[in-house]
Write a protein that binds this ligand. Structure first.
Ligand SMILES: NC(=O)c1ccc[n+]([C@@H]2O[C@H](COP(=O)([O-])OP(=O)(O)OC[C@H]3O[C@@H](n4cnc5c(N)ncnc54)[C@H](OP(=O)(O)O)[C@@H]3O)[C@@H](O)[C@H]2O)c1
Length: 326
């Protein structure tokens, strides 16, 4: 593999467009191709975003020997098949969050990656942003003492469109898998796998969770309190609460450029601007891992992605939310 990672995108949709803009700011990455279910769509997307190679199927992209890594940007229920297709073809995979729709599918993807000995990572891009990196450094230095509690929310208002990805059960719609996965992942990063999982959700007219309150409890009494919504905008803040202080990740916390450290009655504001739109950092993480010969990222390990899907499975079981394809 050359030192520049040559990327392909699967699924010419909403997030793929942002990723294609972000990757331009990543060091050591080149956007080579885009694959769509429809040739004309791939052509139009490639034209708009100056992507040289365009494929009329995902299989054609996976078969291109010049592509090193593939970014899977399809709705959640298609992640597994797209990821396995690319891993089987020997392509490194960066798969959009959540890794899959449920833990059983996540295990299939992880098995495929490990069997092939090929790199795979869930695209939890937030973890690689300067604000989160700095927050972790502060926590490691003991800046807030022992972390005891996290409060985080991710809710936004989407217009009513029962066919669209967010509300459509056939596309694994609902707030939990779309946005709830961010605060769950934040809590997982700091606290590990929860011992107890509970929550209440409002399942709307299409049967998916439109909003929910979630509590995750960990060993030693640590707790994460989470709100998630796709029809209601929440403050979009996250707080990391310790025995000797607290850190605020300012809204929108998953792409925050500002944190405030509160301790000993004082406030320290730290500005951490993004280079690019933020999606470039996860691209660089993949490049770093590939250069080091790693098949998973130490910052977003595959077993952790499975554990996060187990948490969302447990919540959905409580809510009676099963998707038609499950
Ligand atoms: N990291 C982030 O900030 C972020 C933000 C938004 C979404 N996401 C994640 O990215 C994924 C895609 O979200 P999105 O908003 O980009 O979705 P989207 O625009 O609705 O769909 C993405 C693309 O998936 C392909 N696709 C394949 N099978 C499909 C099917 N049965 N129905 C509809 N589309 C299908 C289509 O591409 P072709 O027609 O070209 O094949 C479509 O354009 C989700 O898993 C979501 O969680 C991440």
């Amino acid at each position: 593999m050359s030192t520049t990672v040559r990327w392909g995108i699967i699924g010419a949709g909403n997030i793929a467009r942002k990723f294609a803009a972000g990757i331009r700011h990543a060091v050591g990455a080149e956007l080579l191709g885009v694959g769509s279910r429809a040739r004309e769509k791939a052509e139009a997307f490639g034209e708009e975003l100056s992507i040289p190679r365009r494929y009329g199927s995902y299989e054609d992209l996976a078969a291109d020997g010049d592509v090193d890594a593939v970014y899977v940007a399809t709705p959640h229920p298609m992640h597994k098949a797209c990821a396995v297709l690319c891993l089987s073809a020997g392509k490194a995979v960066l798969c959009e969050k959540p890794l899959t729709t449920n833990a059983a599918e996540a295990r299939e993807v992880v098995d495929a990656a490990r069997r092939a000995g090929v790199f795979c990572m869930e695209g939890m891009w937030t973890r690689f942003l300067p604000a989160i990196v700095r927050m972790r450094e502060l926590l490691a230095e003991g800046a807030v003492g022992e972390v005891r509690m996290i409060t985080a929310d991710f809710g936004f208002h989407t217009e009513w469109n029962p066919e669209g990805r967010l509300l459509n059960p056939h596309l694994a719609g609902g707030g939990l898998l779309d946005v709830g996965v961010y605060p769950i992942s934040l809590a997982s990063m700091l606290f590990g796998t929860p011992r107890r999982v509970t929550g209440l959700a409002h399942l709307g007219a299409t049967g998916v969770d439109e909003q929910a309150g979630i509590i995750l409890a960990y060993d030693g009494g640590r707790i994460a309190v989470i709100a998630t919504a796709i029809r209601t905008t929440t403050p979009q803040d996250a707080w990391i609460l310790g025995t000797e202080g607290r850190i605020r990740l300012h809204a929108p916390w998953w792409s925050s450029t500002k944190i405030t450290l509160h301790r000993r009655g004082e406030e320290e504001k730290i500005e951490l601007p993004l280079v690019g739109n933020g999606y470039n950092y996860e691209v660089e993480e993949v490049g770093r891992c590939l250069a080091e010969g790693l098949i998973e990222s130490p910052t977003m390990p595959l077993d952790e992605s499975i554990s996060i899907m187990e948490t969302t499975d447990r919540l959905r079981a409580q809510w009676g939310l099963k998707y038609p394809m499950e």
